[in-house]
Design a protein around this ligand. Sequence first.
Ligand code: TRP
Length: 333
Amino acid sequence: MQRRILTGDRPTGPLHLGHYVGSLKNRVALQDEYDTYILIADIQALTDNFEHPEMLEANIMEVALDYLAVGLDPNKVKFVVQSMVPELTELTIYFMNLVTTATLERNPTLKAEIQQKNFTKGLPVGFYTYPISQAADITIFKAHLVPVGEDQLPMIEQTREIVRRFNRLYDKVLIEPKAMVGEVARLPGTDGGAKMSKTLGNCINLGDPPEMVRKRVMSMFTDPTRIHPTDPGHVEGNPVFTYHDVFNPDKAEVEELKDRYRKGTVGDVEVKERLYKALTEFLAPIRARRVELAASPDDVRDIIREGTRKGRALAQQTMDEVRAAMKLRYALG
Ligand code: TRP
């Protein structure tokens, strides 16, 4: 049997370069080898956007456009809308019995998000428990592999714990998944912050026009200890060079720039100009495909509808097995 991938994104806006290096690149590379399902996680997006449900529909389209634009092939990959698979909600409720509050409290990603979102005063239960819902996402599709950004590793670990408990308690129905992180596990934000994040406004989106890419690159954080272009500068930990390493295919140019930067014989502006060029060359075909696809929204909707139909069929099959394992198939129907 072909091995399976499940991964997903919250449809809160278009995807950015951080998503690409952390996960999208792996998904594209593995789509021939794995039976791939990608969840557009609108229920999870609601957990911190419940006051703005009206933004989800447009963003489901944005995310699907990004998937197609980076080269995910809809003949192979299924895009599944989370809220259109109600079985996920049922499985989440069953999983809630298998997780303690202490385990949730230890989840470092959840902790960081609670801080960042200012939920320190009142933490909605929906947000607090989203790692459990994410475990349902992964296991209902019986995924073996979950390509994700580094920040998602605690979610996969939580999922593995739930699977072990479920299989031991009830019956061996679920698969213990493995995470897979991109070669570049985490891309810093353009402000030098730990990661790209929409709420921090330090992203370059996959569909950004060149003017926007230019604006972001030219205002990028570099080496704070360097005042003049003739000062010797630091390359390590300098986000402009991190981006060069990832997106500039001309390795000789990158080495030359690093060398001159260390010696103080190149200014930030030149290093950024070269990065701008590399980034726009990388993004141009993605953006072109995105613009073309955006002109046929009905085709994109058909792709999502079909993926969701296949995803739901698989989820229903797993839930039959889950209910049987849990002795919930009563002779009452
Ligand atoms: N939590 C993921 C994110 O914020 C999105 C997501 C939802 C996900 N369900 C998933 C990722 C299942 C992997 C597997 O990006």
